[in-house]
Design a protein around this ligand. Structure first.
Ligand code: PRX
Length: 635
């Protein structure tokens, strides 16, 4: 039986059964056949559910860049590895072949070495979607440095928090970025962040927008002259299977962001395996994922998964609306894209525009469409299916997380029949469980519960950087011996899963995970604010938008409230980034609380949703009298 490439539904069920009955044998066969190892493993899986320690392919040695680049040189050396589509449609696309990618990664890796970077050092990458971003990521991996990519829309404060948490010694950035008709001063943001980062020794700067920037003598270096002078020969660093490959931050429901640690072998095997199957990738395909490499989707399904399969992966620098709302479809036509993977929020934004933006382009190259990051609503699903896929291309609604490293629940195109809003079935090796509030697994179908995974899979995050206890508390405490996802899910009569949304204090806005606590912390820093609470409410395009309840220090606050709203959003932009701005801010005299002093978000959520007639029993609150006032003030 071919385990690596699933071809139909029956085949899927066979493979799935095998992966559950004999998980270790299953992953061993896949790992052995489809990857290059410098040394084989001693044990496939080592798992301690009490300490939440998991090790896959222990004893093995490898380098992921040998698997993503070197091994393709002989057979695919002249094939395009990365197809770069710039922000400005008038600028030419860049086709980087596997051979060129090899040279550029080796040179970049030598630059890192020249600057003293060694295996295990952490490097922060803060770059726009230009080829150097993928090259820098791979250069780190080649020499065993741990990359920590920070999405280039994050603010200086968010950047310095992440740099300090991982104690990075270097930042790789650019003089700026193009975003539609705007340019963004990335280097300026880095300079501000670095005022508070004692561990940074060097900054490598890629020239992209040719702006006049500050170069701090001794610390900042233009990267191109260094790359030009570097050798194109860079041997791979031998990595143990469980050596960290990267750290990627995700927001939690409390406190500072969590640096999820992904390790080398398991991550490689799983991201490559799922890429092959979920996109039914074939040799001549041109695959495009519109995510940013600053998120896990970009790590696994722009860089590592596609390149490990020898694919052509598209990187797009710009936004969907520039120069107009037809840009995505123009790119699909121009490069004859075969697989297109995007977020529901993008689909909703595109669906709002005139259909002519779609109709003037030839989209017949498309074979598979994908979505990720949040539940897709039926309307958006149908728009995507009718107008982009022309009812011919299956839509894979892929459910997964930064923590899971790869896609967990998804249809397999041309095998799994799809139903709008259902992520459908678990991929091979994934054993989901729905749990009730008493910690018992809910058996059977037509049931709702909290979504857990009851057996380890190769690409699960191994820990939170510097804080294993937080990892245990967040993911392995709610339900004994199971990984808790933080999501709720429904399992229908046929065993299909539909993700119903977060059950914790994380809100998904435009596909971005936002914890309520860090935003509340930011708001509370405004001098006029005493206390605040954030909830989500439905939004046409973003899926959810943020609604803030804010108590001011002085109830007789005389300043213009609209100005105050602007100031509060300004603080959020500075502390976190514009993605966390609030759509609505209600100044309130109080917040409903439990007797133990916890804010009752359930009630605030109902009010924000305009459902204040469905609050249920509020008599157990510490301050039930506040609720009526909050309802009266609601926006
Ligand atoms: O709530 C789920 C939602 O996004 C969360 C993970 O966010 P993040 O770590 O940023 O990773 C996003 C990209 C993998 C999940 O806990 N989510 C992700 N995909 C889906 C989804 N919700 C519903 N359907 C999906 N397909």
């Amino acid at each position: 039986m071919n385990l690596y490439h699933i071809q139909n539904l029956e085949h899927y069920f066979q493979v799935y059964r095998h992966s559950v009955d004999q998980p270790e044998q299953f992953w061993e066969q896949i790992a052995k056949k489809n990857f290059v190892w410098q040394k084989p493993w001693n044990t496939v899986l080592n798992w301690n559910s009490d300490t939440a320690e998991v090790r896959w392919f222990e004893g093995a040695q490898l380098n992921i860049t040998e698997n993503c680049i070197d091994r393709h040189l002989e057979t695919r050396g002249d094939k395009t590895a990365i197809l770069f589509e710039p922000n400005n449609p008038k600028d030419p696309a860049e086709h980087i072949t596997y051979k060129e990618l090899h040279t550029r990664v080796c040179k970049f890796a030598n630059v890192l070495k020249d600057k003293g970077i060694k295996k295990g050092d952490r490097i922060c990458i803060y770059l726009p979607m230009i080829p150097e971003l993928a090259i820098a990521v791979l250069a780190c991996a080649r020499i065993g440095a741990i990359h920590s990519v920070v999405f280039a829309g994050f603010s200086a404060t968010a950047l310095s928090t992440r740099i300090n948490d991982a104690k990075c010694s270097m930042v790789i950035t650019s003089d700026g970025s193009f975003r539609g008709s705007k340019t963004i001063d990335l280097k300026g943001i880095v300079d501000e962040a670095l005022e508070e980062t004692p561990t940074i020794e060097n900054v490598l700067v890629v020239k992209r927008i040719h702006s006049d920037i500050m170069i701090k003598e001794g610390r900042d270096h233009w990267v191109q002259p260094l790359v030009d002078a570097a050798s194109a020969h860079c041997p791979i660093e031998l990595m143990d299977a469980e050596d960290p490959l990267f750290i990627l931050y995700t927001s939690g429901s409390t406190g500072k962001p969590k640096g999820m640690v992904h390790t080398t072998a398991g991550y490689m095997v799983y991201s490559a395996y799922t890429f092959k199957n979920v996109f039914q990738y074939e040799e001549e395909d041109i695959y495009w994922c519109t995510a940013d490499i600053g998120w896990i989707t970009g790590h696994s399904y722009i860089v590592y998964g596609p390149l490990a399969n020898g694919a052509t992966t598209v990187m797009y620098e710009g936004v969907p609306s520039y120069p107009d709302w037809g840009r995505f479809w123009e790119i699909v036509q121009k490069h004859k894209i075969t697989q297109f993977y995007t977020a529901p929020t993008a689909i909703r934004a595109l669906a709002k525009e005139n259909l002519e933006f779609v109709e003037i382009y030839n989209l017949t190259s498309l074979k598979v469409l994908g979505t990720v990051g949040e539940p897709i609503n039926e309307e958006a699903w149908h728009w995507y299916n009718d107008n982009i896929g022309k009812k011919r291309s299956p839509i894979v609604d892929t459910w997964w997380q930064t923590e899971t490293g790869g896609i967990m629940i998804s249809p397999i195109p041309f095998a799994t029949p799809t139903i709008p809003t259902f992520a459908t079935l678990p991929l091979p090796g994934i054993q989901p469980a729905l749990m009730d509030e008493h910690g018992k697994e809910i058996e059977g179908n037509q049931v709702d519960g909290r979504l857990c995974v009851k057996f380890p899979w190769p690409s699960m995050a191994r820990t939170i950087w510097g804080n294993h206890q937080r990892y245990i508390d967040t993911y392995f405490s709610a339900f004994a011996k199971k990984y808790f996802t933080g999501d709720g899910a429904f399992r229908d009569a046929t065993g299909y899963y539909r993700i119903t949304g977060r059950v914790d204090d994380v809100i998904i806005v435009s596909g971005h995970n936002l914890g309520t606590a860090p935003i509340e912390d930011a708001i509370n820093e405004h001098p006029a604010v005493a206390e605040s609470a954030i909830v989500g409410f439905p939004h046409d395009i973003k899926g959810n938008a943020l609604y803030g309840y804010v108590i001011l220090k002085e109830t007789g606050e005389t300043r213009n409230h609209d100005n105050l709203r602007k100031e509060i959003n300004q603080v959020i932009t500075e502390k976190i980034g514009p993605i966390a701005k609030l759509d609505k801010i209600q100044f309130t005299i109080g917040l409903p609380k439990t007797r133990s002093g916890k804010i009752m978000r359930r009630i605030l959520r109902k009010i924000a949703h305009g459902e204040s007639d469905q609050l249920g029993d509020i008599s157990t609150l510490l301050n039930p009298e506040v609720v009526e006032a909050v309802i009266q003030e609601a926006l």
